[in-house]
Design a protein around this ligand. Sequence first.
Ligand code: XIL
Length: 316
Amino acid sequence: RAGLKYFGAATDSPGQRERAPYPESYAQYDEIMWSGEFGQTTPTNGQKWLFTEPKQGQFNFTEGNIVTSLARENGMYLRCHALVWHNQLAPWVESTQWTPEQLRKVIVDHITNVAGQYKGQCYAWDVLNEALNEDGTYRESLFYKVLGEEYITLAYETAAKADPTAKLYYNDYNLESPSAKTEGAQRIVKLVRDAGLRIDGVGLQAHLVAESHPTLDEHIAAIKGFTKLGVEVALTELDIRLQTPATAENLELQKQAYKNVVGACVQVCGCIGVTIWDFYDPFSWVPAVFPGEGAAALWFEDFSKHPAYDGIVEAL
Ligand code: XIL
C-alpha cells in the first residue's frame, strides 16, 4: 500500500525445510506463504554461492529454482539474493589463494551464470551483500583482500550485463538509522555510479532488536540519505528479535519497532518494498545465531499472530 510496490516474506525452499524440525506445520505454513498474504518473496538460501556453484564451474539451481518458480506461479515479485557475499560461500572459493586475474574470472563466471539463470525473473538482485564494517570501511573479505574496491565495480558491471532488467542493489544490515555505515553504503553507490555503471537500490536488511529500536525519524533520515542519491530503498530482511521468552511487554516494544520501520518506508517516496525474513518464528534464523533471542517474526509457532502484525497494518 501507499508507495510500496510489495509487502513480502522470504522463505527457504521446501527442499531445505525438509531438514528443519517442524514438518507437521508445512501445510499451514504454505497456505499463509503462497495464498495471498504476501505479494513478494526472496529465497533465503537457495541462490547463495554454496548452493549455486558448489564446485568451480559446476552450477546447480535445484534449490534456487524452487522458490523462484513458486514466486512465478503465484504471481509474486521476486527479489534475488545474493551474488557476492563473504558468507555461505562455496568452500572451494575460500580455500584457494587467488591471483587478481583468477578471482576476477571467478566473480564474472559466477555472476554471469547465476544472474543469467534467473534473467528477467528478478525484480531486484542483491549484487553485493554486507561489504562494510560498522565504521563504514570495507570488510576485509577475500574479495577485498585480493582485488580491493575493484571487485565491487566488477560485480555491478557483470550483473548489469547478465540481467539488464533486474534492479541492482547493495544490501547490508545496520543501515536503518544514520551512521558511519550508512555513509559507507552511500559511498558504494557513488563508487559504482562514478565508474559509469548501474546501481539502482540499497537494501536495508533491518534485522532489528525490540528492546533498543530506532525512532521513526531516525529510520526516515537513513532512508532519505539513500533516496536523495537517486537510488530506491527496500527493507529486505526485516525481523525484530526480542529477549525470550516473549512477554506482553517485549511484544509491545516489538510492535512499536515494526510500526516505526514499516511506517518510515511507507512515508518516504522511493522506499518501494518490505520483505520480512520468513514470517514464522520456528523458521527464523535468529535463535541459532543470537542465543537467548527469538520470536522475531510475525507468526508464533502455533500460527497465531504477534501483536506486531497489527502494528504493521496500522503503519500501512
Ligand atoms: C541467513 C538465513 O536465514 C539462514 O537460514 C542461513 O543459515 C544463514 O543466512 N543476512 C543475509 C541473509 O543477507 O542471507 C542471512 O540469511 C541473514 C543475514
